[in-house]
Ligand binder design. Sequence first.
Ligand SMILES: [Fe+2]
Length: 596
Amino acid sequence: MYILGISCFFHDAAAALLCDGRLVAAVEEERFTRKKHDPEFPSNAIRHVLAAAGIESGDLDYVVFFEKPFRKFERILLTALGTYPRGSGLFRSAMTTWLTDKLWVSALIAERVGVPRDKIFFSEHHLSHAASAFFCSPFEDAALMTVDGVGEWATATTGYGKGTELQLTREVRFPHSIGLLYSTFTAFLGFEVNEGEYKVMGMAPYGRPRYVDEVRKLVRMAGDGGFHLDLDYFTFQRSTSLPYGKRFVKLFGPPRPIDAPFFTEASGYPSYFGPRPADFIEQARRNQHYADIAASIQLVTEELVVNMAQALQRETGLTRLCLAGGVALNSVANWRILREAGFTELYVQPAAGDAGGAVGAALYLYHALLGKPRSFVMDHGFWGPSYREDEIRAFLDSEGIAYERLDDDALFERAAESLAAGEVIGWFHGAAEWGPRALGHRSILADPRRAEMKDIVNTKIKYREPYRPFAPSVLASAVPQFFDAPGVERQYPGRFMLLVVPIEPSRREAIPAVTHVDGTGRLQVVAREGNERYAELIDRFGKKTGVPVLLNTSFNLRGEPIVNTPREAYETFRRSQLDALVLERYLVRRDGRERR
Ligand SMILES: [Fe+2]
């Protein structure tokens, strides 16, 4: 039985295909269209997942959309009408965008996918989130928690899963939303909403949470795990442009200019920003204020989700927790939940945001509605396109690119050697990652022992703000040696780079390029099983250096989606200053030292 799951029209459109309840392929549309977070109907992603299974749309038994468009429209309409006339802008934009194609999702799917309308089903937004975590987890029973901006009406839900059954028993409804609260601060701090949330999280450790009392004025926590926003501070419920109002600005001061360079005295002024400005101290002080605000909203967000998870644990008595929704990508909060909420095991799948709804919607139909038994665990994150060696060779030859084909032993040896010598490598192999993190299949890799590597990687390719940490990929066996996070190597979110944990204090100097200012790291636990070649490379690097850890960042230029094809990988290599590019077993070097 083939089931296609689709999520789209908000952000991160994606498609996923199940064959008899097992995931065959899943991919975000942005990887094909090259538009980051592309929300449009995922025609390319659908084409890919069908091809990956070797089927055509006529072979599909069901197609499931990840949410209920009519219910969502109802929420938007009622919200807009409820705030009329102040919300007239929202009303107009809701009417135009929703009446054009969003409301006609069923007809659209039938036409674009080529399936009859009676094969098309609609899940619910948070059910899709919850199913994406629970039915991908190895747990027979678990507590479930979903937290995001907003779905149809719900913004956070809790419940439980048992076997093929899934129940959401409580929900918090729009406009009360942790995701929208965090996004409001994201916008206030000068970043793009749905994109800049990571920057707020990365900025937080540079600040002190001096404004928690002010943030707590905006949101009240309830004893049952729920919460309530004071709407007087917000405008997102009636405006599609600015999410905060005058009272918010009165509390926190003027917003940070959009995309202004961020640095503090602690971060210093990175060389790739250009010459240090004469008023560095003054600018750093201004930025410090915003870092303190970031620290405050991050801390309150952690408190809110920990409180919700604690209440859920008390209520259900369960020991395992599955987490989903955009807020489940807050890897700092995830670690606190794991430590403080009373659960012993946590599962988050790599595409925890809306893209994951495609997988969740399909699994929800298969298990919860059709009652089919479970036989699938998402224990790795590689569900996207892959390329055969002959395809890569054909591309390299057609472009006249000089390369060397190496056997595995020579490849790992040469790559480990060049990393240990301080080179930065584009590493491309196997199926692409599902979700926003690169997990060693479409990654840029470097030596974490060199403090200067942060600046080097930024200068060569990333041009990121200095406060955004690079992640350490660590062999599972070496995790206890480097991290002060007992048992983290056994937690699935660790495999998917979804936990930020303290680095063992005595080892921080050993891996300075992946140690954040507060002594933490967003680690990726690399197990051989499911990530064989990447594990082998880290192992070789460890044997040479005594440090089985690599700096891993996603293979893309700033502002672009992660590379998808060998051609995009090569183009990114060409446009940046990476020292070498590995495409499966083909090595391309910038200095032309290939032996053809
Ligand atoms: Fe969502």
